[in-house]
Design a protein around this ligand. Structure first.
Ligand SMILES: NC(=O)c1ccc[n+]([C@@H]2O[C@H](COP(=O)([O-])OP(=O)(O)OC[C@H]3O[C@@H](n4cnc5c(N)ncnc54)[C@H](O)[C@@H]3O)[C@@H](O)[C@H]2O)c1
Length: 350
């Protein structure tokens, strides 16, 4: 590691990459020394946008990995490349912050985890909502037993994406979105996985599930709507709905126990909480203060800061590869349940 700041290379300079760059710059603990994109003009444009005059720009990410002025990388490429790039980065002893989903198969995820472990580098995956203060509080309270008997948990993502502006927005989008081989799935693996991650993080491991998916309104191979019912190892029952077909758009994760329930969504107005102790339903409108902290849909600043600190302090990142593998496993199990028309038990054997 050179100097006080962690020197970062960004691989894949499309839509989400700017959130990474801005997070690194704001952290004050990192500098961007290199950018790579197979469409090199995108890497140049990102460098210009953030006035990164001294950053090297590469067309081939392997050249960035050979660059000795890079200590760590952010991987912001299409899903099918996460594994290949992470493994090569680890072989070049670069720490890795990779976008969600960790990969498109468990085999890939396992290879990423073991390559990073073997080469002594960090592997962090972006699930920014885990840094929400309210999500962390609910996780803590659930672990403390404040919810009583866990009864039911729900992850709902009703979002809307158009072919014109999303799946077929440009040549790059067309090349990977909406395809099993490159996106690895659709609404579930890309969008819904954020809330699947929160649901399983709070409620614990899944024992088995059923699933059904369909493609109702997009010209894509992959699913644009999916539903799963599931049983947690705790005995609680769960439900997942993920779609990019639905308006009005809304989303939430909801956790119900015998003594307490909490609903958190990206719109603060859905935030509600009930507890036996208070005997009433608390909402932002009725009480204010406490629910003002509901900020589940965060940007990347906390994720990036945590990654950099994990390197500087040599501690595990908040969401290591092993953690991110869990939501991938649930998503892949739902796909299998649909295809086989049967109940799928976890752990999933590929
Ligand atoms: N955490 C979040 O909230 C969030 C939000 C959006 C996207 N994402 C994730 O970020 C990743 C990228 O998504 P996006 O929307 O920015 O996609 P995008 O299509 O806008 O950008 C991907 C970029 O990768 C580049 N690329 C493709 N192959 C490459 C290669 N071999 N080497 C170098 N660059 C290559 C493309 O040219 C493109 O510029 C995905 O994993 C996605 O799920 C996460």
């Amino acid at each position: 590691m050179g100097g006080e700041k962690v020197r970062v290379g960004v691989i894949g300079c499309g839509g989400i990459a700017a959130s990474h760059v801005s997070g690194y710059l704001k952290s004050g603990m990192a500098e961007i020394t290199a950018l790579a994109d197979s469409r090199v003009e995108r890497a140049k444009a990102l460098a210009e946008r953030f006035s990164l005059k001294h950053a090297s720009v590469y067309e081939n990410y392997e050249d960035l990995l050979k660059d000795r002025s890079v200590d760590a990388v952010s991987i912001c490429t299409p899903h099918h490349l996460h594994a290949e790039i992470t493994i090569k980065a680890a072989e070049h002893f670069k720490h890795v912050l990779c976008e969600k989903p960790i990969a498109i198969s468990l085999k890939q995820a396992d290879e990423m985890i073991s390559a990073c472990r073997k080469n002594g580098v960090k592997l962090a995956i972006v699930f920014q909502n885990r840094f929400s203060q309210d999500v962390q509080r609910v996780k803590r309270e659930f672990e403390n037993g404040d919810f009583g008997i866990p009864i039911y948990g729900e992850a709902v993502v009703k979002w809307y994406r158009e072919d014109k502006t999303y799946y077929h927005a440009d040549e790059v989008a067309k090349s990977w979105r909406g395809k099993w081989a490159t996106e690895g799935g659709g609404a579930l693996i890309n969008q819904t996985i954020h809330l699947v991650d929160l649901l399983q993080w709070i409620m614990g491991p899944v024992e088995y599930l059923y699933g059904i998916y369909d493609t109702r309104m997009h010209s894509i191979e992959t699913e644009d709507i999916a539903v799963s019912i599931l049983r947690f190892k705790s005995g609680a029952i769960g439900y997942i709905l993920g779609s990019v077909d639905l308006r009005p758009q809304e989303d939430w994760v909801a956790i119900y126990g015998s003594r307490k329930s909490v609903i958190i969504g990206s719109d603060k107005r859905v935030a509600r909480e009930w507890s036996e102790e208070s005997g009433t339903v608390v909402s932002k409108e009725s009480v204010g203060e406490r629910m003002e902290t509901v900020t589940p849909f965060l940007g990347h600043d906390e994720t990036v800061r945590d990654f950099i600190e994990s390197i500087l302090k040599d501690r595990p990142p908040a969401v290591p590869g092993e953690e991110a593998r869990k939501s991938l496993e649930i998503v892949l199990a739902i796909y299998r349940a649909h295809r086989t028309g049967s109940k799928v038990a976890l752990p999933l054997v590929e």
